[in-house]
Design a protein. Sequence first.
Length: 389
Amino acid sequence: MSKTTLSSKEMLKRLVGFDTTSVRSNLDLIHWVQNYLKEYGIESSLIHDATKNKANLHAIIGPQNVPGVVLSGHTDVVPVEGQAWDSDPFTLRDHDGLLYGRGTCDMKGFIAVALAKVPEMIRQPLATPIHFALSYDEEIGCLGAHDIARHLEKLPVKPKLCVVGEPTGMKAITGHKGICDFDCVVHGKEAHSSLAPYAVNAVESAAELVAYIKSVARRMANEGPYNKQFDPPFTTVHTGTMKGGTVVNIVPNRCEFSFEIRNIPEVNPETLIEEIRQYAFKTLEPRMKDIDPKTGFEIKASARVPAFDIINTDPAVTFVLSLSGANSTEKVSFATEAGIFHSAGIPTVVCGPGSISQAHKPNEYVAIDQLTKCENFMDRLMEKMRKAA
Ligand SMILES: [Zn+2]
């Protein structure tokens, strides 16, 4: 049986062809990768989510008893609905050295280059193993990465470092902000608007909390703490959605909103969350409950990505710099799964092909020369893994 060999571009074409928008299953892609690796004698572990509709994939190429290097990527992509694409987002289109398609830059490009190198990795052979860690649901709050990080943490021999291949133009990224997302439901008490003082207006109570959240955001901007490596250089807090009420002459009994904290590594988001909760439950809610004890706030965390920060002198950083050919590091404002792997005790650096400014947009693309740079990165990685034990 002849084995599948694909160039990075051909591999990317395959991966883009699987519609792995976060609301859908990623299993077709995962099973395809599993079979591809199997052709080369590599067994994969699948770690499913509770619905069994999605899975992470972990595979080791090389010896199992030596600490290795993890190449990590998320398989899901953001939706294309409502975006004006010039061509089918799930069919790779090559035009003027740019490869268009959903996920080309965020982040199937990195995964494609790594997978296309599998035949070469096998040929080396590797003295130090390369791990593949492919996750699901990154785009909706890094849900899959927690399980795969736990899986890596529990291996008999824990990996020594992790490269998360999010689009950084192949620069080495050593820090990003954290994200905490919350859904809030405000339960009020309905009434004819002429009787408003005897009711509990859910929209107004929500607005009071939203205004408080805004005051926290202003304080963070005006008083810090600051970290100049980020843009903006402070923790941001904002309300993203709000929905409530039906008509103007009914006191609304329900309002929903969502808010988000993006913290610099120096700020513990728990303190801010606690402050917002205190205001809701100790200041606003008692006034509501005086009118009707069934009213009040429900605040639930919907997603959590820890902030990520690794010092420049860490051997993992030096190692990734030597592979990328870059000589300096940067911090970014977008979040990745790096904080999850790094918190699991696997020193992590973010480095991958493409630009984040292309991500999540219609006509998303990755430049072929970025894939070439990533191929060179993989070649240097194999070179080091072959020699250094
Ligand atoms: Zn991404």
